[in-house]
Design a protein around this ligand. Structure first.
Ligand code: SF4
Ligand code: SF4
Length: 359
């Protein structure tokens, strides 16, 4: 098996790197330096029977710290069986940042009962796993657990599996590939949407994930090829640049309230959370939690940094001159209804009643 670098998008990476094995996908889930929120989010999967959902997706969750009864020797026996090849380890899922401190020893986080650093277990298990999957921003990039990394303050030396903030490397290194040839699959988000996790594992179980199914940051394109802006209920306000000015306003939150939905790679407004919600539908700006470094944006989350009155973070794929021209044109054409409703907490001007039938 070749271990040469093969990053997403490289010419040789258009064929599936995985082949389905006989039997379900054996998944081992470890938690490291994080809040556990991605596991809690996973339990919000849109199903009345979580275990049946996994079973139907071809996933055998061998062990999870919150969902499994096995602990102590039984759990450690499983880890040894994976390392010795007696149990096939198809997917090593890691949730939480990898804590390398103090001084690279990893001893800030020892795996209970072993006296060995968690980073040591992760490195050894990753070397035998067919796939390694980072669950959430912390495991992918370091995330909130490495909040000071951009300013050189990272006392726990937290990092992601294959990234440290937005630099490739992390615990496993730039060139790491699982035994099946994929780099670390970064199911990034804070927390992850349960659908992103389940669909990614299902794709791996079906042998349907190739390097070309990952974006340039290793995120599954099944969710990362979308923008949060797609499907946002505030799109009419965005079109007319009718902007919210305070929390609870109905208008678009890009101009004043810090929304990065036009730049954030995720399908939160088309897949929805808990079947019905999203940050922007709940009145909160998207802070682009699927992006490395989102936790330290360099400005308060709820404000939009501007230069000469123009937001610095312009929509993805839109040149600045176009945005400025479009914004001034659309502001001059904003209907009264949209303008007034944008700064209210409920629609104060209803749409006009109009016949749409041809005469
Ligand atoms: S609130 Fe954010 S996601 Fe919604 S329309 Fe405005 S910029 Fe797009
Ligand atoms: S809307 Fe933005 S901040 Fe909220 S979960 Fe989605 S990507 Fe993250």
């Amino acid at each position: 098996m070749s271990r040469s670098p093969s990053w997403p998008g490289s010419p040789q990476s258009d064929s599936p790197a995985t082949t389905p094995d006989a039997g379900p996908l054996n998944v081992l889930w470890l938690q490291s330096g994080g809040c556990g929120g991605c596991s809690m989010s996973l339990l919000c999967a849109d199903t009345p029977d979580f275990h049946a959902l996994l079973r139907d997706a071809g996933v055998n969750l061998m062990w999870h710290p919150s969902l499994s009864l096995a602990s102590g020797d039984e759990f450690l026996d499983l880890l040894e069986a994976c390392l010795q090849g007696r149990t096939r380890l198809d997917v090593l899922c890691v949730e939480g940042a990898l804590l390398r401190g103090p001084h690279g020893s990893g001893r800030f986080h020892l795996l209970a009962g072993t006296g060995r650093p968690m980073i040591d277990w992760v490195q050894r298990l990753a070397s035998v796993a067919r796939h390694v999957v980072a669950i959430g921003a912390c495991a992918a990039w370091g995330g909130p657990s490495a909040i000071g990394v951009a300013s050189g303050l990272n006392p726990t030396e937290a990092c992601g599996l294959q990234y440290e903030d937005d630099h490739r490397g992390g615990l496993l290194g730039t060139d790491f590939q699982g035994q099946a040839g994929l780099p670390v699959v970064n199911v990034a988000g804070c927390p992850t949407h349960p659908g992103w996790v389940i669909d990614s594992l299902a794709a791996l179980a079906a042998g349907e994930m190739a390097p070309t199914d990952l974006d340039p940051l290793g995120r599954p394109r099944l969710y990362a090829d979308q923008l949060v802006h797609h499907g946002c209920t505030r799109n009419e306000y965005y079109e007319y640049k009718a902007s919210a000015e305070k929390p609870s306003d109905l208008g678009c939150m890009m101009e004043h309230m810090g929304c990065k939905g036009t730049q954030a790679h995720a399908d939160c407004n088309t897949r929805l959370w808990n079947g019905e919600g999203s940050c922007t539908r709940g009145g909160y700006a998207c802070i682009s939690c699927t992006e490395p470094g989102f936790q330290s944006p360099g400005h308060p989350f709820h404000t939009t940094p501007k230069l000469a009155g123009i937001p610095i973070g312009l929509p993805t794929d839109m040149p600045k001159a176009w945005f400025v021209a479009l914004a001034s044109l659309s502001k001059s054409a904003t209907p009264r209804r949209v303008k007034l409703n944008a700064v209210a907490d409920h629609p104060v001007v209803p749409p006009a009643v109009k016949k749409t039938r041809l005469p």
